[in-house]
Write a protein that binds this ligand. Structure first.
Ligand code: C2E
Ligand code: MG
Ligand code: MG
Ligand code: MG
Length: 292
């Protein structure tokens, strides 16, 4: 019986694998084609400065409408693009398009703050990355000081020395470096201190845990305190509830991003938010500290 059950489990596993492989092949073919056409576009998620409640920047996030398959989530297609190397041209398209959009907002008299663009591990190790970034800044007129590149801690920790060299050269261009999904990998703040990092984005798994109890609050508090000591700006990702925001305010987090304020939205909606001067309501801002 055990044998029979075992065989059935194995078969089930096999068919799942088969389906997964086919799905990856399908996506890979479509990704190649998408790159030639106009199937990608970017949405932008606002980032809020907690001291003022105002929008202080935007993160560009890839969106893909695969014909016949609808919107495919980045969580599904980015890993396929990453494994195949297609993320290099796709990511370059995203960086150029985001810079172009940001400059066009500024030319309309808007003040979008700063622009964050994600770089995957494969992009970080691609030849000529620094030269390509410099060329895109030049070509689009994007001010380097207003661009932030987001890199996951795992990407940095793999091949630490060469990553450090690339990050230093990017930083020398004047662009900011943010460590994304902080806390999910194996890096430590001690290591990060040796890199030209400007910002930490606390992963949303920590933010979600905030309401679980005092231990989780203590972890986030400690990350924020240490990051502050190192002169880093701290952003909380995936803030969805007022309770989470209050706890983050109490821990003196600098900035937040999450559905509580806004999902990633189309460029037209970004312009509306900027025109409306959208921000967090005063009731959700950190309380003024009592006089000593
Ligand atoms: P990320 O850089 O950590 O981006 C944040 C992700 O969290 C986004 O998912 C965003 O939509 C989502 N998010 C934001 N606020 C909330 C919230 O309150 N609750 C929940 N549940 N989720 C929230 P998205 O857009 O699906 O992107 C997933 C990942 O794909 C990104 O994670 C990033 O690693 C990668 N990615 C997206 N666009 C690009 C790109 O242009 N280039 C590269 N290399 N990677 C990208
Ligand atoms: Mg990011
Ligand atoms: Mg993140
Ligand atoms: Mg993430």
């Amino acid at each position: 019986r055990a044998k029979k059950l075992g065989r059935r489990t194995w078969q089930c596993y096999e068919t799942n694998m088969g389906a997964r492989v086919r799905r990856r092949q399908f996506l890979l073919g479509r990704l190649r084609r998408a790159l030639l056409g106009t199937e990608f576009h970017l949405h932008y998620q606002p980032r809020i400065e907690l001291a003022s409640g105002a929008i202080c920047g935007w993160e560009a996030l890839l969106r893909w409408n695969c014909p016949g398959d609808g919107a495919v989530s980045p969580a599904e297609f980015i890993p396929v693009a990453e494994d195949s190397g297609l993320i290099v041209p796709i990511g370059e398209w995203a960086l150029r398009e985001a810079c172009r959009q940001f400059v066009s907002w500024r030319n309309q008299g808007l003040e979008p703050g700063s622009l964050a663009v994600n770089l995957s591990p494969r992009q970080l190790r691609a030849p000529q990355l620094v030269e390509r970034v410099a060329a895109i800044l030049e070509e689009t007129g994007m001010p380097a000081a207003m661009l932030e590149l987001e890199i996951t801690e795992t990407a940095v920790m793999e091949e630490f020395d060469s990553s450090a060299d690339i990050l230093t050269r990017l930083s020398d261009l004047g662009v900011g470096i943010a460590v994304d999904d902080f806390g999910t990998g194996y890096s430590s703040l001690a290591y990060l201190r040796r890199l030209p990092v400007d910002k930490l984005k606390i992963d949303r798994s920590f933010v979600r845990a905030l309401e679980d109890g005092p231990h989780d609050v203590a972890i986030v508090r400690t990350i924020i305190e240490l990051a502050c000591t190192l002169g880093l700006t701290v952003v909380a990702e995936g803030v969805e509830t007022e309770a989470q925001l209050r706890l983050l305010n109490g821990a003196r987090c600098h900035e937040m991003q999450g559905y509580l304020f806004s999902r990633p939205v189309s460029p037209a909606s970004c312009v509306q938010l900027m025109h409306a001067g959208a921000g967090l309501p005063a009731a959700l801002l950190p309380r003024p500290r009592p006089a000593p």
